[in-house]
Design a protein around this ligand. Structure first.
Ligand code: DAH
Length: 343
């Protein structure tokens, strides 16, 4: 009998060594020996009655000792398995807090959009409404109503993409002036941003570019109002000390017409490469709305007068961000676009 006890002990030791690799396996092994119904040690207890009465007490004692030993052994095994499983879990869930964090890259608006938004901000602060015209226009709105009839030499100033003898891709946002003045009575104060098209292509010209037209029509509008608004605009875009100067020019839809220069924001007017030593940079065309244009739209030119200006959005952005080729704005090279974040 004692040999059987010794065998069971050995089986337990072997089992622990070879078959217990997890808590679940250890539990199964324990059941094999210690389960009250099917366990091998429990089984021994049931055999008590087959043993000679004088040996029974000693046998019982031995079985009990084996049971206690096995219970302690399995307890120990369970603790060990628990520890190993935890270690495994910790190892698999380990986080290296010294690893560099993944960089989150934020996109930003295209420089043309940024500039467009800044211009809208500046002028809506002065009470301008937005009017968005259409990119396809007819000859009347783009030219004739703007005092540029068919044989007018000023048509040569803009190389036009014609879609048909009648329709064209607008060459200037000035076309929007006519639509607005036909529909609304003064006072009018609108800003019209949008794409324009000309057959023109070099470092500072692109066949498609963006303009922002401004139009104010009211009683007693003068060049002083224009100068005041433009000064405000350049100060907001190019910095506090910036100012403008007006030079006589010619556009068919304004009389008088002016070319507007901004004082060089790079050198403060002393003369540098950007302003070609003059202290001034040409930025836009403007003027007092030609009486003929007001009359074409049914506005009494004796009672009302107007001012208008046309800003090139690419040009304004190129000057502000130090871009010297307009193509840079259309190539969408992220290395360039990443550097311009002004909103
Ligand atoms: N439309 C002109 C151009 O594209 C720019 C311009 C000049 C607009 C004078 C105006 C203006 O409103 O008054 O060259």
């Amino acid at each position: 009998m004692n040999e059987r006890l010794a065998n069971i002990k050995q089986e337990i030791l072997d089992g622990i060594e070879k078959r217990a690799n997890s808590r679940a396996e250890a539990f199964e092994l324990r059941k094999q020996f210690l389960d009250s119904k099917v366990g091998a040690i429990g089984q021994l207890m049931k055999e008590m009655r087959n043993i000679a009465p004088e040996e029974r007490a000693a046998f019982g004692k031995n079985v009990n000792e084996l049971k206690e030993w096995a219970t302690a052994k399995f307890q120990e095994l369970d603790e060990l398995m628990k520890k190993r499983e935890l270690e495994k879990r910790y190892a698999s869930e380990k986080i290296d807090v010294t690893m560099p964090a993944e960089q989150i890259k934020n996109g930003n608006l295209h420089p043309i959009t940024q500039m467009r938004n800044q211009l809208i901000d500046v002028f809506s602060g002065m009470g301008f409404d937005i009017y968005e015209g259409t990119e396809i226009e007819n000859d009347y709105y783009n030219f004739t109503a703007l005092n540029t009839p068919k044989d007018h030499p000023a048509r040569d100033m803009q190389d036009t993409f014609y879609l048909s003898p009648e329709f064209l891709l607008r060459t200037q946002t000035s076309a929007g002036q006519i639509h607005v003045m036909e529909k609304r009575k003064p006072p009018i104060k609108i800003l019209s941003p949008g794409r324009v098209f000309r057959s023109d292509d070099d470092a500072t010209h692109s066949p498609m570019f963006h303009q922002m037209e401004g139009l104010v029509v009211d009683k007693k509008i003068t060049l002083c109002d224009l100068k005041g608004m433009l000064d405000m605009f350049v100060q907001k875009i190019y910095g506090e000390g910036t100012t403008t100067r007006l030079r006589p020019s010619y556009f068919p839809f304004t009389e008088p017409s002016v070319e507007v220069d901004v004082s060089c924001f790079e050198c403060g007017g002393k003369g540098c490469k950007l302003c070609k030593g003059t202290g001034w940079i040409e930025i836009l065309g403007a003027g007092i709305v030609n009486k003929k244009v007001l009359e074409n739209c049914g506005i009494d030119s004796e009672e009302y007068s107007g001012l208008a200006f046309g800003i090139g959005i690419e040009r304004t952005a190129m000057l502000k961000y130090g871009i010297n080729n307009i193509k840079t704005l259309f190539e969408s090279d992220v290395r360039v676009l990443d550097q311009i974040n002004d909103n």
